[in-house]
Design a protein around this ligand. Structure first.
Ligand code: BG6
Length: 473
C-alpha cells in the first residue's frame, strides 16, 4: 500500500521537451489516477512560447486509458510559464506564480522541482532557485517557526553532466546551496521492477550467492538494444553518443548491482556504498563502436559526425570476486529489437563423463520486454539416452503479478515526493561512472557502420570471437 503524497507544488523545468511529454506528464497523471496526489498544483517551464493545451495534447498519446474528466482536471491545475534559464526576471515571475497558487490553494510550501533540461543548465538553475529563494536549503527534521519546515527537493535528470568535470561542478553547486537530502539524481533504470529485483535475486536465494564469483561464473553480458533511432533528439544525442547516453548511467548501474559485494543491509545507503566500491574497481578494456547508416541525415546531426550509436564493450573488475570474469556490454539504436537483459553464464560442470555434452547454466534477467528471469539448466533426454537437453525454469513477472506494475518514472516520482532517496544515484556513483567512461579516451579509432534494423555491425562477430564470447539471446 502506497501512502498518499503530502500537499505540494510540482514544477517541471523543461516541460516542452520529449521527456515531459513521454514520461513525466503520464507518470504524474498515473499518480493522480491512483489517488496518491490530493492537494497540489503543477507548473511547467520552458524556453518556448507554448500553452498548457499544446503540452497536454503532445502528452496525451503517451497515456494509457485516459479518464477524460481527470485529464481535464489535471490540465486545469497545470500552469505554464516561460523561463529562460539565465534570465533573473523569469525566476521572479515563476516565484510569483508559485506563491500565488500556493496561497490560493492553501498549500504549505512543499515543492518538487524536476530538471528535465540539458545538463549544462543544471548549475545555473540550481543557483537561481536558491538565489530567488524558490528552493530553500533544508534538511529533514529542520524546524521553521515551531513546526517542520516544508520540504523542497530538486530532481536532476540524466545525463548528470557531460563529463567528469561538469558532473563535479554540478555536485559542487548543489552542495553549496542545498543539502544532499534535497538532491535526487535520477536514473530511471533503477525504477524498473526487474532492476530493483537484482539485489533480491542475488541475496535472498541461497542457490546463487555462494556461486556469485569467478570460481563459478564465466562471464556476464548486459545487452540494451533499441529499435528506434535518435528520433528528434539529434542536438542532444550527437554530443553524447551511446557511451554517454546509456553506458555511463543505465548500463554501469546494472554492472554495479550485479557486481557489488553484499551490502551491510539492503537499505538504500548501504547499496549505494557497495555500488561505489565496485565502480572504483571497474574499467573498460576493449571497445567496438559503430554508427547506423543514414545517421548523418538525421535532424541536427553534424556533417561527418563520428558519434557512436552502437557500442560493444569488454569490462574488467579488479577484485577478488571478479578477477578474470569479463563483463560484456552491448547497446545500440536502430537495431532489430527493443530489449534489455542480463545474462550470467556459469562455468560448465566438471563432473560428467565426456560423452555427455552439456551447455553452460545461464541465469537471464529480462528487464524488458516480458520482465522476469529464467535459469537454463541441463536435463536428460528421455529413455536410456546419454544426451542432455537445455531446460529453462522461468519466472514471468506479469503472469504472477498482473500487467499493471508501476512504470519506472511513476515509481521514481513517487519516491522523490516521499523523500526516499534509496533508488536515486549518489554524487560519488556518478563521478565514478564518468571516470570509467572517460578513461577510455576519445574514440579516434575505427567507427564501423551497420544497417538499420539489423543486430549491429558485421565486425561484431569477429570482435566477439576474439573475446571468446557468444551473445546470448
Ligand atoms: C534514456 C536515453 O536514458 O534511456 C534514451 O537517453 C534511451 O536514448 C532510453 O532510449 C532507454 O530507456 P528505456 O526505458 O526505453 O529502455
Amino acid at each position: 500500500m502506497r501512502l498518499p503524497i503530502q500537499d505540494c507544488t510540482i514544477v517541471i523545468m523543461g516541460a516542452t521537451g520529449d521527456l515531459a511529454k513521454r514520461k513525466l506528464i503520464p507518470a504524474l497523471y498515473k499518480l493522480l489516477a491512483d489517488g496518491l496526489l490530493q492537494k497540489y498544483v503543477f507548473v511547467g517551464t520552458g524556453r518556448e512560447d507554448t500553452t498548457v493545451e499544446q503540452i497536454f495534447e503532445g502528452a496525451s498519446r503517451f497515456v494509457d486509458h485516459v479518464d477524460p474528466a481527470l485529464w481535464k482536471q489535471f490540465q486545469q491545475n497545470f500552469y505554464y510559464v516561460r523561463v529562460s534559464f539565465q534570465q533573473p526576471s523569469d525566476y521572479v515571475a515563476l516565484k510569483a506564480l508559485i506563491e500565488r497558487e500556493e496561497a490560493a490553494r492553501g498549500l504549505g510550501g512543499n515543492r518538487l522541482f524536476y530538471l528535465a533540461t540539458m545538463p549544462e543548465h543544471f548549475s545555473a538553475i540550481t543557483q537561481s532557485l536558491a538565489d530567488h529563494k524558490i528552493v530553500h536549503h533544508n534538511t529533514p527534521g529542520a524546524v521553521c517557526e515551531g513546526k517542520a519546515c516544508p520540504w523542497q527537493r530538486v530532481v536532476y535528470e540524466k545525463p548528470f553532466g557531460c563529463n567528469l568535470e561538469s558532473a563535479q561542478e554540478i555536485n559542487r553547486k548543489i552542495a553549496e546551496v542545498f543539502s544532499e537530502q534535497q538532491a535526487f539524481r535520477i536514473d530511471h533504470y533503477l525504477g524498473k521492477e526487474l532492476v530493483a529485483n537484482i539485489a533480491v535475486i542475488r541475496f535472498a536465494n541461497t542457490v546463487f550467492e555462494p556461486l556469485w564469483n569467478n570460481l563459478y561464473i564465466e562471464s556476464v553480458q548486459i545487452v540494451l538494444k533499441e529499435k528506434v533511432g535518435i528520433e528528434q533528439r539529434g542536438a542532444f544525442y550527437d554530443q553524447y553518443g551511446a557511451l554517454k547516453d546509456v553506458v555511463q548511467n543505465h548500463m554501469l548501474q546494472l554492472v554495479a548491482l550485479i557486481g557489488m559485494e553484499l551490502p551491510q543491509s539492503l537499505e538504500g545507503e548501504c547499496i549505494r556504498d557497495a555500488k561505489v566500491a565496485l565502480l572504483k574497481k571497474t574499467s573498460i578494456i576493449d571497445a567496438l563502436f559503430a554508427q547506423y547508416e543514414g545517421y548523418w541525415q538525421e535532424a541536427a546531426v553534424a556533417e561527418n559526425s563520428r558519434t557512436e550509436t552502437f557500442a560493444a564493450l569488454k569490462l574488467a573488475i579488479d577484485n577478488d570476486r571478479w578477477r578474470g570474469v569479463p563483463f560484456f556490454l552491448k547497446t545500440g539504436k536502430a537495431l532489430d529489437e527493443k530489449s534489455t537483459s542480463i545474462h550470467i553464464t556459469f562455468r560448465k560442470s566438471p563432473h560428467l563423463r565426456q560423452e555427455y555434452v552439456c551447455e553452460s547454466n545461464v541465469l537471464t534477467i529480462t528487464i524488458e520486454p516480458d520482465d522476469g528471469f529464467s535459469l537454463k539448466l541441463n536435463g536428460k533426454m528421455p529413455g536410456k539416452s546419454e544426451q542432455t537437453t537445455p531446460v529453462h525454469m522461468k519466472f514471468c513477472h506479469s503472469c504472477l503479478f498482473g500487467p499493471n506494475t508501476a512504470q519506472a518514472y511513476e515509481v521514481l516520482l513517487f519516491d522523490a515526493l516521499q523523500g526516499d532517496q534509496s533508488v536515486f544515484v549518489r554524487f560519488d556513483e556518478i563521478e565514478e561512472s564518468w571516470k570509467i567512461v572517460e578513461a577510455l579516451g576519445k574514440n579516434e579509432g575505427k567507427l564501423c557502420s551497420y544497417v538499420r534494423g539489423t543486430s549491429g555491425p558485421q565486425e561484431l562477430e569477429e570482435w566477439a570471437e576474439g573475446h571468446n564470447v557468444r551473445w546470448e539471446r
